[in-house]
Write a protein that binds this ligand. Sequence first.
Ligand code: ADP
Ligand code: MG
Length: 255
Amino acid sequence: MSKPLMVDARAIRKSFGANEVLKGITLQVEQGQVLCLLGPSGSGKSTFLRCINHLETINGGRLYVDGELMGFKEKSDAIYEMKPTAIAKQRAEIGMVFQRFNLFPHLTALENIIEAPVGVKGVPKAEAIAKARELLDSVGLADKADSYPSQLSGGQQQRVAIARALAMEPKLMLFDEPTSALDPELVGDVLDVMRKLAKSGMTMIVVTHEMGFAREVADTVVFMDGGVVVESGSPTEVIENPQNPRTKAFLSSVL
Ligand code: ADP
Ligand code: MG
């Protein structure tokens, strides 16, 4: 018996003007599973992630997160975009970590982490601070609570960004090339945090070029190119034994 789906994307289409970037993406992520999304630059990976939390409005298909239609209401076969406040509420349950650690520069690590729980969710400040300290500890930065982003390495900033996303207690975490902007020696610590998060049962979609991570942590690997899913399966199937020539060419360029 399969577990309930956390993400159910059915034939997702997205265009920018005349440029159709997503040409019918269908994929599913079960609760507690990790999907690694691979593909060359420009294939639509970031756009797809942004569609999941409705930072982009899809032009076709249906996107469900935890059984709920994202960003839309369905009424007798037609769908209507929801109000911004309702969208914000849905989005608050999805954590996102970008390539560029976009922390608030004028706030300390701790202040960055408590900002949304206090400001958006109304969590009492003392409670939010206690939780933030736990989270900083879990990402190996217990001693950096009072540091400003400029005083932290890229890897440390990215781990604060992960802690900040987790502070909202998301049911789904989206990572968009979280280690691509890091110096090589800082990548490992960030991947360790993500590995631990995966082990704790978090549902994750990770866009990455880190094949070792994908091989080890992913339940499913999806290779996309040109706005379509070219190949998907277990890491063994897709990374060790790719069938499609485009997957093979991509892997030989990153491995
Ligand atoms: P990837 O993350 O796989 O590199 P993206 O999703 O960033 O790919 O981009 C896919 C395509 O969509 C690219 O051709 C890009 O130029 C285009 N694109 C992305 N965002 C926008 C936007 N806001 N407006 C216009 N075109 C966009
Ligand atoms: Mg991208």
